[in-house]
Design a protein around this ligand. Structure first.
Ligand SMILES: [Fe+2]
Length: 189
């Protein structure tokens, strides 16, 4: 699709709330309906308006656009500085992540054990790509495990649209070699 910035983050917030109301119990339908909207809003330069600048989390700057009081919808951008890759981690919710600036090497993993041990996981790398503005991917647990690393000397940025407030619940980081799983807090990755 041709990049355009005539669709704003403000419109996206309204549309995303409507989609959630239409599909209250169907996370796949929510992700499918939001996908073309995420693809469009990634080109809105208004994403970087200073009025949206929010607190740093996990050592990363953020821009916050929407935080539902009940935690059911969170929309923000995270800045990923060069040389500070994320660990392999999950999001414990449906969601969409889309790149809106810079170059973002993104490894996506699937869990190949049965998930029965909360402290141990066996993961398989399913894709490893350098994504640029306009690229996006879904998060649908258990297929929500990934790692982000900025490529080049400038920061990269990705929009996060998530169905829970990660400031209120634990999620996990994974050691791919040893299988160790560690619960962590925070919204910054
Ligand atoms: Fe993430």
């Amino acid at each position: 699709m041709t990049p355009t910035n005539d669709y704003t983050i403000t419109q996206f917030i309204d549309d995303a709330r409507a989609v959630l109301e239409q599909h209250p119990d169907d996370r796949e339908a929510v992700v499918a309906a939001l996908s073309p909207l995420v693809e469009r809003v990634l080109w809105d330069d208004g994403l970087f308006d200073e009025k949206y600048r929010a607190s740093r989390e996990n050592g990363r700057d953020r821009f916050l656009y929407h935080s539902a009081p009940d935690g059911s919808l969170q929309i923000y951008v995270v800045e990923f500085e060069p040389g500070k890759p994320t660990p392999v981690h999950d999001h414990v919710t449906w969601g969409l992540i889309g790149v809106c600036g810079g170059r973002q090497r993104t490894g996506r993993y699937e869990r190949i054990d049965d998930g029965s041990d909360p402290q141990h996981a066996e993961l398989r790398l399913v894709s490893d790509e350098v994504l640029e503005r306009g690229a996006f991917y879904p998060l649908l647990p258990p297929n929500d495990i990934h790692r982000i690393e900025t490529v080049g000397d400038s920061p990269s940025y990705s929009l996060h649209v998530l169905g829970v407030d990660l400031g209120r619940q634990k999620r996990n980081i994974f050691n791919v070699e040893t299988g160790e799983v560690t619960a962590v807090d925070g919204r910054g990755m």
